[in-house]
Each structure stands twice: as C-alpha cells, then as structure tokens.
Design a protein around this ligand. Structure first.
Ligand SMILES: [Zn+2]
Length: 405
C-alpha cells in the first residue's frame, strides 16, 4: 500500500506518536520489499541487478529526495504547517524521523552494495552449486544483512550510585562484605544491642517471616531492616583489624510513596582496629563526602542515637545543589529545605556492648575500638540525579531509565 503523508490537525503527543508509527511502518515495509522481494523477476543476473538498482533509486527518491521525498513533505506539512504552540514537539518529531529514515536508507544501500559485490565475486567460472548459493542469497534470507541491533544497557541510577560509594571506600582499603537478606532476630537486633522489647526496635518497622512463633525469639526469621547484621557476621569470621563496606537491599514495612519504599538500599561501613578514634571517623567520612559530592562540600556532625554506636552522630553535607546558600537563583532550594545542609548518613563509635557479642574472636572492647556508618543509597541517588519521586527507580519504566543510558 502506498504511503502518503497525512495532514495533521491534532498535535497531541499521542497523535504525533501515531503519525510517527505509521510512517515508520511504511518505511519498514518498503525496506523489506527492496531487500527481499526485488531481483527475482528476471532470469539473467545482470537484468536482475539492473532492476534492483532501479527499485533502489525509486525507494531512495520516495523517502529522501529533496524535492518531494517523504522527509521534505513531513517538514512542509507537519512542521511548517503546525500551529505556533506545536512547533516544538513537531520539530522534535521531524528531526527524529529524519535521522531514522536516513539511517535506514543508508543501511539498505550498504546491504545492496554488499550483496552485489559478493555476487560478482562468485560469478566467473562458477559452478552450478555456487550459482545456486548466490541465487538463494538473492531470493531467500540474505545472511549478509546487518543483524538486529541490540541496544547496550546502562547501570541503573541506584546501582551506579552504590558502585560509586563503594568505590570511594575501596580506594581507602576497605573490602566489600555481603550477607543474607532473610536474617535472624539475633543478627538484625539482639547482637546489635537492641535487646528484646527494647523501644529502639519500634523505630524499624519490621517485616517478619510467618510461622516462626514456635522458635526462640533470637532464631526467628525476618527481612533485615538494615545492612548492619553483616557487621556481626563478618566480625565472627574475621579477626581485627577490619575495614569493610556492606552494600545491599533492606526491607521495612513502609508503604511506597515519593520518599519511602518497602525495599531500599543501604551501604554500611565498619572499621575496627586498636586506637581508632572519633577523629578517624570524622576524617574518613569528610574525605568520602568530598569524593562523592565535590571537594568544596563541608561536613557537619550532630549528636544522635543508634543502639549499636556510642557516641552517635548524624552527618550533614553543605548542600551541593545551592552551595549552602539555601537558594537557587531567586527560588528556595527544596532538597535542603533552604537550610543549606543535607543529612546524608548516620554514624558513631561501635558500642562496646556490640563487641561483647564477638569478644571471643579478638574483639575485646578493652583492646579494640571502631566506628560504623550507614547511608541510604536511594536517597542519595534522588539528590544526585534531581529525581523527585523514589518510585521511578523501581517501576522499571524504560522512558525514565533511558535518561541514564
Ligand atoms: Zn540547597
């Protein structure tokens, strides 16, 4: 069926998509016809090629001839004929289609040229068998056609942020440790100094595995609410000194919204040695924040509480979006709530009570000290890429993800 460029009255995104899809379908049909169907109708090779090249020329003229090709027509009818407010989407569409059509025409030409050359090479003194082969190439599937192009994937923005953070600590000599997502009450809470019935457990809305009531509490299974259980698991296996980062997924009973998700990502760090001080903690985190957000950011520590560290602190960085001024031009800076500071992580010196649980493996709290820190990767990715809804990260919408390719 012959394709004619339709007049557009509706310039909505849906209508433009439809018009674009129709045009591309017609183009695909023409390419198929040109590459697979032509050249059959003549018995002699030469005549077959002549016919093919004529078909090629009319195909090329139909699509890209300057005078009346489809590209010229859509430029005249769709773009020049569009109302003022639709110029932008129409221009974008015409540009995209131009690129696509020119690519297809160039590809078709390359493919025709290649099969002609191969055909001629096979010609002189050819056997009947090779003649057969040449004809099969002409008539059936042309194996010299370029294959279907597979787009190269890209790292998901959350994974990319995670790898960046892990990379910063790896360059400081930290190694990566991992552990199970389905965890026991003991590792998730008890060994991290959350005693049974302690109110600190309430701050982590936990998803429990069903049917565990017959077991003693410390053996009951749950989805880990933080990556911290891997601290204990690693200290049970490795003697000090120890420097690890722990990336992973964690779960909490939070309904999904713009800033919450029942599944999210954390990176936790732990350093244990003799004579580790709060100064080491500050120096390490200050370096890491500068490596992540730029050398001009400042860090700021405020006292806080976590059951497994004492003393504990929250770390803020000066807002890397507004430079700490709280304003972006004339507008208020929303990500830092105009304060000029963004909270990025929690940290502290490992509570001696935690070392008591792994004392037998060389972690005598009288001899060793250490610090730990943990951060939410998704939130940092939101800030870094200026995304305003956490759910975009997990919905798998290709239109969103393509922007990071
Ligand atoms: Zn700001």
């Amino acid at each position: 069926m012959a394709y004619t460029v339709p007049k557009l009255t509706d310039y909505s995104a849906a209508a433009l998509d439809r018009a674009s899809a129709e045009l591309l379908a017609a183009l695909e049909q023409d390419v198929r016809k040109l590459l697979f169907d032509s050249g059959k109708r003549s018995s002699s090779h030469e005549a077959a090629w002549k016919l093919r090249w004529e078909e090629w020329k009319s195909f090329r003229d139909k699509w890209i001839s300057r005078k009346s090709g489809v590209l010229t027509q859509i430029n005249d009818v769709w773009l020049k004929g569009s109302p003022k407010e639709a110029k932008r989407p129409a221009g974008q569409l015409v540009n995209d289609l131009r690129k696509r059509v020119e690519e297809e025409v160039a590809r078709a030409e390359a493919s025709l040229t290649r099969s002609e050359e191969e055909d001629q090479r096979a010609s002189p003194g050819q056997s009947f068998a090779s003649m057969d082969d040449a004809l099969r190439t002409l008539e059936g599937v042309d194996i010299t056609l370029p294959g279907a192009r597979r787009p190269i994937g890209a790292e998901h923005p959350v994974m990319r942020t995670m790898h960046e953070i892990v990379g910063v600590f790896q360059r400081l000599g930290y190694s990566v440790a991992e552990g199970p997502v389905v965890e026991t009450d003991y590792y998730n809470f008890e060994a991290l100094n959350f005693p049974p019935d302690h109110p600190a457990r309430d701050t982590q809305d936990t998803l429990f595995i069903a049917g565990q009531q017959s077991k003693p509490q410390r053996e009951r299974l749950l989805l880990r609410t933080h990556t911290s259980p891997v601290q204990i698991r690693t200290m049970e296996k490795m003697r000090p000194p120890l420097r690890i980062v722990i990336p992973g997924t964690v779960h909490r009973n939070d309904p999904p919204d713009a800033s919450h998700s029942p599944m999210f990502h954390q990176i936790e760090g732990l350093a244990v040695d003799t004579n580790i001080t709060f100064g080491d903690l500050k120096g390490t985190l200050d370096h890491a924040m500068k490596a992540l957000f730029g050398s001009s950011v400042k860090t700021h520590f405020r006292p806080s509480f976590f059951p497994f560290t004492e003393p504990s602190a929250e770390v803020f960085v000066s807002c890397f979006l507004c430079g700490g001024s709280g304003k972006r031009g004339a507008d208020p800076c929303r990500p830092c709530k105009q304060s000029g500071w963004i909270e990025v992580l929690g940290c502290g010196m490992v509570d001696p009570n935690v070392f008591e649980f792994v004392k037998d493996n060389g972690y005598d709290p009288k001899k060793v000290s250490g610090f730990a820190f943990g951060m939410g990767v998704d939130r940092l990715a939101l800030l870094k890429y200026g995304v305003d809804d956490l759910q975009y990260f997990f919905q798998g919408d290709v239109r969103f993800l393509q922007q990071f390719g």
